[in-house]
Design a protein around this ligand. Structure first.
Ligand SMILES: C[S@@+](CC[C@H](N)C(=O)[O-])C[C@H]1O[C@@H](n2cnc3c(N)ncnc32)[C@H](O)[C@@H]1O
Length: 243
């Protein structure tokens, strides 16, 4: 995958040189190029200007962004504009992006963008319902979540399949050595070596956690017969306990 990032602060992306995203680049699975669009700004390198009609703050001008995009060698890129008014980023969107060969991220700053920049983009995307000072942290988060889904980036293909949201449910609780830590013991079923019982326990725990923390996730989730039965039992049990 090739990723091009338009930003006024390329140095902010240093974290992507480390850990899994850094290794993906070393392995040749990923190429990231940074474009400081200030370098392409005409008009004394000004990237921003006052809004027509008045109002507070400065807007990113169209020219530096258009000229920078023109210089990027990409055939059919997905062009993502970081914007709090865009669709909210989530795991299914990361999965969609991980299928692409070329991504371009445009990181905003100041008050916002000249609206005409939006004619260049395929997706306007927000990290969540809050306002950041710039698009860099949002872009980094999206790159990280997307890159780990590219085949061969994680050690084992299965590593992300049980993650929260990948299956549509939240992930079940997990334990590692020692068996007894400060009196807190690992659930017996995980020590049993009985694979089917372990699978059922994990599924039941995922359903329970999702019901307690993110019941909205069930709106878009097709329950299997087994899951529907488990969920019914959990709900009855909770009603009995007045949970
Ligand atoms: C200070 S914000 C501008 C906010 C804008 N005036 C508004 O109300 O929508 C500057 C830039 O940070 C980025 N940004 C801020 N919050 C974001 C979010 N939640 N998701 C993605 N990008 C965000 C965008 O690129 C935005 O153009």
């Amino acid at each position: 995958m090739k990723i091009d990032i338009l930003t006024l602060f390329p140095e902010m992306f240093a974290p992507l040189e480390h850990s899994i995203v850094g290794k993906a680049q070393e392995k040749g699975l990923l190429e990231i190029n940074y474009h400081n669009f200030r370098e392409n700004a005409e008009k004394a390198r000004h990237v921003d200007d006052e809004p027509y009609g008045g109002g507070q703050g400065m807007l990113l001008r169209a020219q530096p962004i258009f000229d920078t995009i023109d210089k990027i060698d990409a055939k059919n890129p997905r062009v993502i504009l970081l914007d709090p008014a865009g669709r909210t980023f989530d795991q299914s969107f990361a999965e969609e992006l991980a299928q692409e060969d070329e991504l371009i991220f445009i990181c905003g700053h100041y008050e916002g963008y000249d609206e005409r920049i939006k004619t260049l983009v395929t997706d306007e995307v927000s990290l969540g319902d809050f306002v950041l000072t710039g698009g860099e942290l949002a872009a980094m988060t999206m790159v990280d979540a997307t890159v780990r889904l590219i085949p061969e980036v994680l050690g084992k293909e299965a590593s992300h399949q049980d993650d929260s949201f990948s299956s549509g449910l939240l992930e079940y609780p997990q334990y590692t050595r020692p068996y007894d830590y400060r009196g807190m013991k690992v659930p017996d079923v995980l020590m049993s070596g009985h694979h089917e019982n372990i699978r059922k326990w994990r599924l039941e725990q995922s359903l329970r956690k999702t019901l307690e923390r993110r019941p909205d996730l069930f709106n878009d989730y097709d329950l299997s017969d087994e899951e529907a039965e488990m969920l019914r039992t959990i709900k009855v049990e909770k009603e009995e306990n007045n949970d």
